[in-house]
Design a protein around this ligand. Sequence first.
Ligand SMILES: [Fe+2]
Ligand SMILES: [Fe+2]
Length: 148
Amino acid sequence: MLTPTITTYMASHHKECDEQFARAEESVANDDWEQGLEQWSEFAKELESHFSREEDILFPEFETATGMTGGPTQMMRMEHEQMRALVVEINKAAESKDKDQFLALTETLMITMQQHNMKEEQILYPMTDQSLSNAVEIIERMRNNQAS
Ligand SMILES: [Fe+2]
Ligand SMILES: [Fe+2]
């Protein structure tokens, strides 16, 4: 079996989140609010879980290993805050079943998320794999975080 890397593990979780996001968006676009709201809240939970794996486990490990505390991880944390703010706005649109607003905001979130994930997958995660020798243990901790 191939040794798992941070890059492959985290990129596959990005993909899972993307798929949940697409399902929610599609349901709302088809006026299926009942299903759409449920899928949206599942996605929002998974996204928050992803952010917390990064902010609570992965980024601190990277910062400790490299001494880089004000660089790429700082930028990523800021972008997480931007996405959290969008999620709050989308929750409001979802509550009032405002389809146009929901779809406009989710479009913005999707673009932000794509750009963010691309930076992580092409730059930050590979840097993390290069600078950390305990990737397997860190992936295990992130997996456990997921279950909690
Ligand atoms: Fe991130
Ligand atoms: Fe990520």
